[in-house]
Ligand binder design. Structure first.
Ligand code: SF4
Ligand code: SF4
Length: 281
């Protein structure tokens, strides 16, 4: 096992296992646990943030993934791995996803998923069914900390979640970094390696269309046609082979999407969160 795999996967899993009372779990040499993975359910959003790291304003056609497809893709992924500590639902804005309550109920019933995170931008009031499904112990709702001018009902939405005993994290101290446009950057292999090593999103990983990506921006950059991502894993075929490839995603030294990005580096210069496009793009 390489030091990089140990740092990016094993130590993360050990930390989350303690938090989720799984520290005494049985481990075997060929275990494959996933610390964190994201899944986008929609490209619809109520906001049009200029520096959206997921590139959502650039999607011309706004679509929801069908519930059947979401279940099929995630079931397939779960067949290849032993456990997922943090499964994050994002978008666009997940509260706009019409099947979110059923989707949450379905995810919550999986014994391979420890915690389900939903990130909402704090502009959409959840309905009764959704509130009920979010009460589940595995679910935590992360509410972005956008200013009142952008998310004027944010405090009311937070209060509604609290009143319904939904577990929340109020991201009111959220810091944004500019990941830049999607043109290709000139950089050496060693600069690229350093960038991947230092990027806060490189360990978030993302699922899309039966592929496992380094991050959601890589998945969306490819969806938008900016590049063909060479460093992704097709979730299909021989189990051992796919598991080996998934493990290698935690020690990547190269990634096409990262060559088209400025990275999320906490030593970088913060920008104001969620600044909006006024004009059509
Ligand atoms: S709220 Fe802003 S950052 Fe979040 S998905 Fe929508 S456009 Fe992107
Ligand atoms: S540097 Fe790579 S991992 Fe980081 S945000 Fe950009 S594309 Fe994602």
């Amino acid at each position: 096992m390489s030091i990089t795999y140990l740092k990016n996967n094993v130590l993360q899993c050990m930390k989350f296992a303690r938090q989720q009372n799984r520290a005494g779990r049985k481990l075997w040499t060929n275990v494959l646990e996933i610390p964190f993975v994201e899944y986008a359910v929609t490209t619809r959003c109520t906001l049009r943030c200029k520096k959206c790291s997921n590139l959502i304003p650039e999607f011309k056609s706004k679509t929801d993934i069908s519930l059947e497809r979401a279940k099929r893709e995630i079931s397939r992924f779960l067949e290849y791995v032993d456990y997922v500590y943090r499964f994050k639902i994002h978008g666009g804005e997940p509260f706009l996803y019409p099947w979110l309550p059923e989707f949450l109920n379905w995810l919550s019933s999986s014994d391979k998923i420890g915690e389900i995170r939903i990130s909402t931008n704090g502009t959409v009031f959840p309905g009764d069914l959704l509130l009920e499904s979010m009460k589940k112990t595995k679910v935590i709702v992360f509410v972005s900390g956008y200013p009142k001018t952008i998310a004027p009902k944010r405090k009311e939405i937070l209060q509604l979640l609290v009143d319904h005993k939904v577990r929340i994290r109020d991201l009111d101290d959220q810091v944004w970094y500019d990941t830049g446009g999607c043109s290709e950057r000139e950089m050496s292999d060693s600069e690229l390696q350093k960038m991947i090593r230092d990027c806060a999103m490189a360990n978030s990983k993302a699922l899309y269309n039966d592929y496992f990506y380094l991050c959601s921006r890589c998945a969306n950059g490819e969806r938008l046609g900016y590049f063909t991502e060479m460093s992704k894993v097709r979730l299909s075929g021989d189990t051992e082979n796919v598991r080996e490839q998934l493990k290698k995603m935690y020690e990547l030294k190269t990634c096409t999407g990262c060559r088209h990005c400025d990275s999320v580096n906490q030593n970088g210069i913060p920008i104001p969160p969620a600044e909006q496009y006024q004009e059509k793009i």
